[in-house]
Design a protein around this ligand. Structure first.
Ligand code: 5GP
Length: 207
């Protein structure tokens, strides 16, 4: 059974470990393509242009919006974040499963535009652990950490919109669990309309 690529949206509170998780998933299996977002946020130490993000000015970002060059975009803690359209469409055509690591407003927009998108929500084992991870990262000020924790509490209200929750306790197990969920999603009827339609036609022809 041949499958075309599906769009996978991964959200989770800031500090839940999504970035590491996605890198490992893409490294472990070769059918995934990880979309690199565009943002107006400043790079953190160690982040590279074109690897974690495309870092742009507000003007450049707004220009991209006007050109309809983004699949979705949202404002998060005073900055713009968005998904460039071209890469996503090309990879899906190639049959790759495309992963978007985006926050909840963007996730809901994607679900509307692509009803067969698979929405996964990554949670830390506990709220205390989340705070510890954010502080441990050592790259953000206390004020920014507080902002992100408040935002996490808002995002928690929207978790029911997602298809599955993944708890990021042990990294390896979490990667395997995500991969299994994605594999299973390929077999759902909503993502196999063509296969079903062909079977129906063949059955008709046999009557
Ligand atoms: P951070 O600043 O920690 O890298 O990202 C902040 C939040 O923005 C995270 O929840 C991340 O998933 C989200 N984000 C990253 N890229 C995009 C994007 O292209 N669109 C949307 N809507 N959110 C994004």
């Amino acid at each position: 059974m041949k499958h075309s690529g599906i769009l996978i949206v991964v959200s989770g509170f800031s500090g839940a470990g999504k970035g590491t998780l996605m890198k490992q998933l893409v490294h472990a299996y070769d059918n995934y393509a990880l979309s690199v977002s565009m943002t107006t946020r400043k790079p953190r130490p160690g982040e590279q242009e074109g690897r974690e993000y495309f870092f742009v000015t507000r003007e450049e970002f707004e220009e991209k919006i006007e050109q309809n060059g983004l699949v979705e975009y949202a404002q998060y803690c005073d900055n713009y974040y968005g998904t460039p359209r071209e890469y996503v469409e090309k990879q899906l055509e190639k049959g790759k499963d495309v992963i978007l690591e985006i926050e909840i407003q963007g996730a809901l927009k994607v679900k509307k535009a692509f009803p067969t998108a698979l929405l996964l929500f990554v949670m830390p084992p506990s709220a205390g652990e989340l705070k510890k991870r954010l502080e441990g990262r050592g790259t953000e000020s206390r004020e920014v950490i507080q902002k992100r924790l408040r935002r996490a509490s808002e995002e928690a209200d929207g978790i029911e919109n997602y298809d599955y929750i993944v708890i990021n306790d042990k990294l390896d197990e979490c990667v395997e669990q995500m991969h299994s969920l994605i594999q299973a999603a390929h077999y759902s009827p909503v993502r196999n309309e063509e296969l079903i339609e062909n079977m129906r036609k063949e059955l008709e022809a046999l009557k």
